[in-house]
Write a protein that binds this ligand. Structure first.
Ligand code: C2O
Ligand code: CU
Ligand code: CU
Length: 529
C-alpha cells in the first residue's frame, strides 16, 4: 500500500513512451476484472444455491396434503394360549409390496403383511411367547422397545435371527399398561430395516387401566398412530438418501401414518385417543391440532400419567410415544399437524434437522352426530416412578458426535455394570451440539430434571426415550428391579437410527451384588437358519 504512489507515478511517466506495455497492462487489468467478476459470480451462485438449499430444507405441507386415503389400522395380532398357558404370537418378517397410492407398488418389508406389522396386545401378568420368523433374506432381529424383560429376550444385536430362522423369546408382562413398540435392532442395519417397514405397536393393559373410563376400543376411539417420514423415487421405491447437511440422517418429505399417505379417519365418538408413536429414523415431530385446541396428554412412553395434562403441543423424538385424547365437534375436520420446534441446536442444524418444518399428518373427520364419551378420569395411574432420593449410584454419559463418553459401541465391551435392585441416576449431557435422543432398554425412567429445572409436563411420566437437547444435562432416575444376567447385556443408545448404527450405543449388564460381568459377553449366536 505504502509503495503505491511512487509506482503509479513511474507508470504514468512511462505511458507515453511505452504504448505496447500499456496495452499489456490494460489487458491484465481487463483479465483481472474478468476473473474478479467470475469469482463474484461464483460466490453469488454459491450463495443462491445455498439459499435455495436452505429455503427448500424448510418443509411446509400445511393444507397441501390431500387427505384422501382411509387411515390403515394395523390389525390386532392373532394369538393362542398354548398348553403351558403361554400367549403365543407368530410374527413372520418378510418382503412385500405396498400400494402407497403412487401409481405403482413400492417394495417394502413387513411383519405378517407387506408393511409394518400387527399390533400385539397383552395384559399385565401374562406369559408371552413370540415366534419371530425371519423371511427377509438377511439377518435381522426384533426388539421389544420399552418392555421390561430378560436381556436375552430383548431382541437386540445379541439375538440376531438368521435368514429362514425362528427366534422364540418368552417373558412375563410385568409392567403397567403402556404403548410400546417393536422393531429390528441388528447393529448397523437398524435404520434400513425399520425404514423398509419392519415395526409395529405393542399395547399393554393392566387391571387398573381396564377399569378406567378412557376411550379404549381399538381402531374406533383408540387409534394407533405410527408416524414415519419417507421419500420416494420416481419409480415409487423407498429412497433413504439423507438430505445434504442433515446432522440427524434421513428426513423424508412425505409423512406416512400406519403406512398411509394422506390419511383421514372417520370419528364417531366425541373423544378419540391417539397412541402417537414416532417410528421415524431421524425426524422429531411437534404434534398439535390445526386450531391449537388442547389435547389431553394421558400417557408417555411407559404408561399412564397420574392425571391428564392439557397441552397444545406434544414433541416426540424418534422412539418416543405419547397418548393423547382429542375432543371433536360434530361434522368437523381436525388436522393433526407437526409444528416447528426449537431443537436447541444452532440455526443451521435447526433447519437441516427438520426443526423448522410444518407437516400435515392426519385428518380426523367427525360424524354429524357423535356418540358421547365419558369425561376423562381425573386420576389415571399411581405415580410409582423411581425417586432421585432412592438413588445410590450416579453415572454420567456425554453425547458428542456419534460417541457416548468418547467411545463407539464395542459389542464385546460392557460399559456399565448395574447391581440388581438399585436405583440409579443417569446424568446425560449432550455436549456435541447436535440433536440426539437417549434410550435405555429394560427400564422406564423418570426425568428428574433438565439443567436443574423441573421437566415440562410432557416429560413427567414414565419414559424410556427422551430428546437430549444440546448443551443440556438430563438427570434420569431408574430402578433395575430384576433379571440379572452377567452374560447378556442390555443397550442404551441414541435413537436417531443413523447415529445408533454408527455406534452411538453402549451396553450394560444387570448382576447380583458382587457378581462380575461374564467373559462370553457379545458372543451372540444366531437363531435358526
Ligand atoms: Cu427402539 Cu434399542 O431401541
Ligand atoms: Cu429399546
Ligand atoms: Cu444421536
Amino acid at each position: 500500500m505504502s509503495t503505491a504512489p511512487p509506482t503509479s507515478t513511474r507508470r504514468s511517466r512511462r505511458t507515453p513512451t511505452a504504448p505496447a506495455g500499456a496495452r499489456r497492462r490494460r489487458r491484465w487489468v481487463r483479465l483481472l476484472a474478468l476473473v474478479g467478476a467470475a469469482l463474484l459470480a461464483l460466490v453469488a451462485l454459491a450463495a443462491v444455491a445455498l439459499t435455495a438449499v436452505w429455503v427448500r430444507a424448510d418443509l411446509d405441507t400445511t393444507s397441501r396434503v390431500e387427505f384422501t386415503s382411509p387411515l390403515a389400522i394395523p390389525p390386532l395380532a392373532d394369538s393362542r394360549i398354548d398348553p403351558q398357558g403361554w400367549r403365543v404370537f407368530d410374527l413372520n418378517l418378510r418382503p412385500g409390496s405396498t400400494d402407497f397410492g403412487l401409481g405403482r407398488p413400492t417394495p417394502t418389508w413387513g411383519v405378517n403383511g407387506p408393511y409394518l406389522g400387527p399390533t400385539l396386545r397383552a395384559a399385565h401378568g401374562e406369559q408371552i411367547l413370540v415366534n419371530v420368523t425371519n423371511g427377509v433374506g438377511e439377518s435381522t432381529s426384533l426388539h421389544w422397545h420399552g418392555m421390561h424383560l430378560p436381556a436375552r429376550m430383548d431382541g437386540g444385536m445379541h439375538q440376531p435371527v438368521a435368514p429362514g430362522g425362528t427366534w422364540s423369546p418368552t417373558w412375563t408382562v410385568d409392567q403397567p399398561a403402556a404403548t410400546l413398540w417393536y422393531h429390528p435392532h441388528l447393529h448397523g442395519e437398524t435404520a434400513e430395516h425399520v425404514y423398509r417397514g419392519l415395526a409395529g405397536m405393542f399395547i399393554l393393559d393392566d387391571p387398573d387401566s381396564r377399569a378406567l373410563d378412557l376411550p379404549d376400543t381399538y381402531g374406533v376411539d383408540d387409534l394407533p398412530v405410527i408416524v414415519q417420514d419417507k421419500a420416494f423415487t420416481d419409480a415409487a421405491e423407498l429412497d433413504d438418501g439423507a438430505p445434504v447437511f442433515s446432522p440427524v440422517g434421513f428426513l423424508g418429505d412425505t409423512v406416512v401414518v400406519n403406512g398411509t399417505i394422506g390419511p383421514f379417519r372417520d370419528v364417531t365418538t366425541d373423544r378419540v385417543r391417539l397412541r402417537l408413536l414416532n417410528a421415524s429414523n431421524a425426524r422429531t415431530y411437534n404434534f398439535g391440532v390445526h386450531d391449537n385446541r388442547p389435547m389431553a396428554l394421558i400417557g408417555t412412553d411407559g404408561g399412564l400419567l397420574p392425571a391428564p395434562v392439557n397441552l397444545t403441543r406434544v414433541r416426540l423424538s424418534p422412539g418416543e410415544r405419547a397418548e393423547v385424547v382429542v375432543t371433536m365437534r360434530p361434522g368437523e375436520e381436525a388436522v393433526l399437524r407437526s409444528y416447528p420446534t426449537d431443537l436447541r441446536t444452532d440455526f443451521f442444524q435447526q433447519r437441516f434437522a427438520g426443526g423448522d418444518d410444518t407437516l400435515d399428518v392426519l385428518a380426523l373427520r367427525a360424524a354429524d352426530v357423535l356418540l358421547p364419551s365419558p369425561p376423562l378420569p381425573a386420576r389415571l395411574a399411581a405415580d410409582t416412578g423411581p425417586r432421585e432420593s432412592e438413588a445410590t449410584t450416579t453415572r454420567t454419559f456425554d453425547l458428542r458426535g456419534t460417541d457416548i463418553n468418547d467411545r463407539d459401541l464395542d459389542p464385546t465391551r460392557i460399559d456399565e455394570v448395574v447391581t440388581v435392585g438399585d436405583t440409579e441416576i443417569w446424568e446425560v449431557t449432550n455436549t456435541g451440539g447436535s440433536p440426539h435422543s437417549f434410550h435405555v432398554h429394560d427400564v422406564q425412567f423418570r426425568v428428574v430434571s433438565i439443567d436443574g429445572r423441573e421437566p415440562p409436563p410432557a416429560l413427567r411420566g414414565p419414559k424410556d426415550t427422551v430428546y437430549a437437547e444440546p448443551d443440556a444435562t438430563l438427570r434420569l432416575a431408574m430402578t433395575f428391579r430384576d433379571y440379572t444376567d452377567p452374560d447378556f447385556p442390555y443397550m442404551f443408545h441414541c435413537h436417531l437410527l443413523l447415529h445408533e448404527d454408527a455406534g452411538m450405543m453402549g451396553q450394560f449388564v444387570v448382576v447380583r451384588p458382587g457378581e462380575q460381568p461374564g467373559a462370553s459377553v457379545g458372543v451372540g449366536h444366531q437363531h435358526g437358519g
